[in-house]
Every structure is written in C-alpha cells, then in structure tokens.
Design a protein around this ligand. Structure first.
Ligand code: CAA
Length: 280
C-alpha cells in the first residue's frame, strides 16, 4: 500500500493524511472543493510544523512528508491509490454517491476504508459495491496524538481486508483494536453519553461549564473535561453520533440535550468555529 487516497480534508482527513505521509506513504488528499483542499493542506502544514518546533521531526522529515501529499479536487486522481480512506462529512447519501463514482475509478482490488463514527459499516459496504473490500478504520481526534484505531468489520468484510488495514494502522504507529459493527463502536458508545450528561448537568445548573470540566479532570484524571472535548470533536459531530445512538437504541439518555442542539443550530460548533461551550 504505497499510495493512500484520503477523501475529505477536514480535521480527521488532514490528521490521517499527515501521519500517512510521515510513515512514507504517498498521499492523494482530495476534496471536491479546491478551497477546502488548500485549507486542509494548511492544517497538515501546521501539524508538521508543530512537530518540527518541538524537535520531534527533522527539517528534512518535515519537508519530505509535506512533499508526499498532493492535494486534488479531481476524483479521477484517486485512480493511483492502493487504498482509499474516506473521511467526508457524516452524510450517508453523500458517501453513497462518492462510492458510486469511486467504483468506476478504482480497480476492484482497492480497499475502501471509512472513518465514519456514526454510520453502519455493513450498510456503507453494500452501497460501496465491494462489501468484502470495505472496512471501518476509525481514528480519534487529534489524529497525530491519539494511539487508537478501531477496526470495524461489516458483515461481509473479508479477513484479508481487515488484516490489511490492521497492518496499515500499525505501520502508522497506531494501536488497532477490532470492534463489532454496532452503533458508536466502543469509544463513542461510552464517551458520547458522558458528554451528553455533562451538557445536561450544565443545562440543569449543577455547575458552570468550567467547573464541570474541572470536576472530570480532577476527579477522574481525564486529560480534558467533557465539554472541552465536545468542542474539540465538534458539536455537529457529537450531535450526529448521539442522534444515531438514540435512533438505533431508542434509549432516552442518548437524545442530544438542548445545550448541544441549540449550539449546533446557532453554528457554534466548537474550536473549528471559534465558539462552542467555550469561546476560542
Ligand atoms: N494535533 C496534533 N498533535 C496534537 C494536537 C493536535 N491538535 N494536540 C495535542 N497534540 C499532541 C502534542 O503534540 C503532544 O505530543 P508530544 O507529547 O509528542 O509532544 C501531545 O499531543 C500532548 O499535547 P500537549 O502537551 O500540547 O497538550 P495536552 O497534554 O493538553 O494534550 C490532548 C492535548 C492530546 C488533546 C489531550 O488533552 C487529550 O488526550 N484529550 C482527549 C482527546 C480525546 O479524548 N479524543 C478522542 C475524542 S473522540 C473521537 O475523536 C471519536 C469520534 O469519532 C468523534
């Protein structure tokens, strides 16, 4: 797997593209909008620059990693890829259309991996037209710092496909863990209800946002509080995952609370928009 296509140039796509380039892969970094490709390239530059400043990588490693990433707004460029990793927004229809186009561009051997955090791998696998070559490869934010990759097998994912992305995750310096294709997989199933509960506590006036976060940091040794974490992940993403857990399990404690819903409606999505539970 020399060449990896990363589709989607947001936070997750940029993080995956960065670590793949650092691991020596050629990366095709695609978004349908030219401006989004440029923005994503800026995120990669910033990520590599951060490592250079901290003297975690040399100037040469920095430059060669950056040179391995080619931005593109032309989907046909993905033809050169040995693996496609899709990290476009969590919209099933958008993904379905994308897979349809990719099916005509990529050879049948190419594995499609999705970074979805809220959609069924089995269902996306079917719409990809190559369910045995389809798998979930779920990274965590911020990608360069988080060690875990959940490897999610759909009902028809072949052993060889799951093995290929497990090996890839290891080569990227991550720890791959196999999980079943169930809503939220493991991490989001556990962490999203916690975020929802913290937001409900805020809604009920139990404590301020700062104090709720401080409680979880000092009382549970979490590296950051749940509300700050929600801002980091993006409140739109948090909302979508909670909504999907709510629809799948029908359990009221997954229903996104108003403190989250109203901020999403207002476009206050967290660090990426400069405002969420906190102002940045
Ligand atoms: N990009 C790249 N690297 C980053 C980074 C970023 N945005 N933020 C921090 N890092 C790296 C730093 O470079 C540093 O690495 P080194 O030790 O190699 O120097 C390391 O992370 C620690 O960073 P800092 O010392 O600057 O800051 P910190 O100690 O406060 O840690 C944090 C920051 C890593 C974000 C930490 O607060 C943390 O782990 N928070 C929890 C994050 C988390 O739970 N993520 C999962 C969210 S759920 C999800 O992503 C799933 C989903 O589907 C939505």
């Amino acid at each position: 797997m020399k060449t990896i296509a990363v589709l989607g140039t947001g936070t997750m796509g940029a993080g995956v593209a960065q670590i793949a380039a650092q691991a020596g892969h050629d990366v095709i970094f695609w978004n349908r909008r030219e401006a989004s490709v440029e923005k994503g390239m800026g995120v990669i530059q910033k990520g590599l620059g951060r490592l250079l400043k901290k003297e975690r990588i040399s100037q040469q490693d920095h430059d060669s990693a950056l040179a391995r990433v080619s931005g593109s707004a032309t989907l046909e460029d993905v033809k050169a890829a040995d693996l496609v990793l899709e990290a476009v927004p969590e919209d099933a229809e958008l993904k379905r259309e994308l897979y349809e186009r990719l099916g005509a561009i990529c050879s049948e051997e190419v594995v499609f991996a999705t970074n979805t955090s809220s959609l069924s791998i089995t269902e996306l696998g079917r719409s990809s037209g190559r369910p045995t070559k389809f798998v979930g490869m779920h990274f965590f934010n911020p990608v360069p710092a988080m060690k875990l990759v959940e490897i999610v097998r759909g009902l028809e994912t072949a052993d060889a496909t799951a093995q290929a992305v497990t090996d890839l995750a290891e080569r990227l310096g991550k720890v791959p863990i196999p999980v079943r294709d169930m809503p939220g997989f493991v991490v989001n199933r556990v962490v999203m209800p916690m975020i929802n509960e913290a937001a409900t506590a805020l809604q009920q006036g139990v404590a301020s946002a700062e104090h709720i976060d401080e409680c979880m940091k000092l009382g549970c040794n979490h590296p950051m509080g749940p509300l700050a974490l929600a801002d980091l992940v993006g409140l739109d993403v948090v909302w979508a995952i909670l909504d999907s857990l709510y629809r799948e399990f029908g359990d009221a404690h997954h229903k996104p609370c108003l403190e989250i819903t109203k901020r999403v409606e207002a476009g206050h999505l967290g660090t990426k928009t400069g405002r969420g539970f906190y102002t940045y």
